[in-house]
Design a binder for this molecule. Structure first.
Ligand SMILES: Cc1cc2nc3c(=O)[nH]c(=O)nc-3n(C[C@H](O)[C@H](O)[C@H](O)COP(=O)(O)OP(=O)(O)OC[C@H]3O[C@@H](n4cnc5c(N)ncnc54)[C@H](O)[C@@H]3O)c2cc1C
Length: 423
């Protein structure tokens, strides 16, 4: 295939995870012809217990999904987050042994969005429902072509476009190739974009539990010396638990018989929500920080985890990817409206300027928070306790954190304001 071969589509997206499929829908809304290839079979990614994760979705990210027509499918399964309780040093299981920790921070949505019509701080959404909604929207309401299961094996670029070789040997050509292919991104590697980062000594254990009493939409994050322990409300009397421990401890916990694991879990979880039982399997995720040195290369752009994999301490990884998606879709829609080449370096530069600094800042902030909270050194314990107490007492600081975590700070792309992209 050569530079004179006509393109098969306007944009080729490698990777049909949540960033890739959301981007495909957004570009389709803007009137572009999109092909997505994903290495995994839909029967795997749409299975009920696919990877056990549920995501804290910022209210701005949720607005984008609504603007892309996913509202009717997502709203019934999205648990609004009404309050967030951040507590230093003591899990709920420890409450009985000496009362709740005084070092806490409380975010309440009433403060930034009062009244019954106000937006919550965010939503908890199970991965399986997001994937089902994206899959349905792509199949029923878009012209996006998805090729799966099908890996991208090789990518090459020349002056007029990118040529992608699929694992079955087929080749496809587009003026622009977008890598939404996750942390191990082949697109990133083949474009010669290096990464900086480091592994964390912990694995996140993720599981879903059912409990007796209603959670009231309150998310809890306890900063224990080993790492955070989060109880995140799901629809119904259910919660997603994200529990971080050193690798060896996590391995042992993941391998334990269910009853022994549940007993360990309850020691940390406590009984404030009544009795707790496991719903489905446990999953382990070793954690690392990984930031791409650039988000663009000739005829190539990166979005989502291919550009930045961060510590899940603040539940921001996917939200960062969705911000990339909203900015990139707007940049490409504007370029198409002006009749510009979608792979033009100036077009791609505009995208990188919009997103890179925010991504690096968030990646480093999550790293800083992890270091600050994941240890038991006395002066640090004191400093973070004072920090939490200060932010808790200062209204504008609290509101700043809530707005930033909600994804509504900075120059917001249209989709994050809930506005559709014109075709
Ligand atoms: C424990 C944990 C909890 C988290 N909680 C939150 C949270 O609450 N909120 C939040 O915002 N984020 C959270 N995150 C982060 C979030 O999971 C990721 O940021 C997000 O899943 C990244 O999505 P993505 O689409 O960019 O990449 P991925 O989900 O990794 O998708 C990449 C896709 O590319 C495909 N692919 C890979 N290579 C190829 C190839 N060569 N050819 C074709 N296809 C390919 C894969 O099959 C996959 O479908 C959490 C992460 C962890 C580990």
């Amino acid at each position: 295939m050569t530079a004179t071969t006509p393109p098969d589509c306007d944009v080729f997206i490698a990777g049909g995870g949540m960033a890739g499929l959301t981007l495909a829908l957004a570009l389709d809304q803007a009137g572009l012809d999109v092909v997505v290839a994903d290495a995994q079979a839909p029967s795997t990614t749409l299975a009920p217990h696919f990877d056990g994760r549920a995501f804290a979705i910022a209210f701005a990210s949720f607005r984008m999904w609504k603007a892309l027509g996913l509202g009717a499918d997502l709203e019934p399964v999205a648990q609004p987050i009404e309050e967030i309780m951040v507590t230093d040093g003591r899990p709920m299981g420890g409450v009985r042994r000496g009362g709740p920790s005084l070092l806490h921070l409380h975010f309440d949505r009433e403060e930034i969005s009062p009244g019954p019509e106000g937006e919550p701080l965010g939503y908890m959404l199970e991965n399986r429902y997001i994937r089902l909604a994206l899959d349905k929207a792509i199949r029923e309401r878009s012209r996006v072509r998805v090729i799966a299961p099908m890996g991208v094996a090789k990518t090459e670029v020349d002056a007029t476009g990118a040529t992608v070789t699929l694992t079955d040997g087929r080749t496809l050509r587009a003026p622009l190739l977008i890598g939404c292919d996750g942390r191990g991104s082949l697109v990133r590697r083949q474009a010669g974009i290096r990464t900086v980062g480091w592994p964390y000594p912990v694995t996140a254990i993720v599981c879903t539990v059912a409990h007796e009493k209603p959670h009231g939409g309150v998310a809890h994050e306890f900063f224990l010396p080993e790492g955070p322990f989060a109880i995140l409300p799901l629809v119904g009397n259910r919660a997603n638990v994200v529990w971080m421990e050193k690798h060896a401890v996590s391995r042992a916990l993941l391998a334990m018989p269910e009853a022994a694991f549940l007993a360990e879990l309850k020691r940390r979880f406590g009984d404030f929500l009544g009795d707790v039982r496991l719903e489905g399997p446990r999953f382990g995720y070793p954690l690392s920080l990984q930031l791409a040195e650039r988000m663009i290369a000739p005829r190539v752009a990166l979005a989502g985890d291919s550009a930045h994999g961060v510590h899940p301490i603040a539940g921001q990884g996917l939200n960062m990817g969705l911000k990339d998606v909203a900015a990139l879709a707007e940049v490409l829609a504007d370029a198409a409206a002006l009749g510009l080449d979608l792979g033009d370096p100036h077009v791609l530069e505009r995208y990188q300027r919009w997103r890179r600094l925010d991504n690096v800042a968030m990646g480093l902030a999550t790293d800083f928070f992890d270091r600050l909270f994941s240890n038991d050194i006395a002066p640090l314990r004191l400093a973070r306790g004072v920090g939490l107490a200060l932010v808790n007492r200062i209204g504008p600081a609290r509101r700043f954190f809530m707005t930033y975590a909600g994804g509504a700070a900075g120059a917001l792309p249209k989709l994050l304001r809930g506005e559709a992209l014109a075709a």
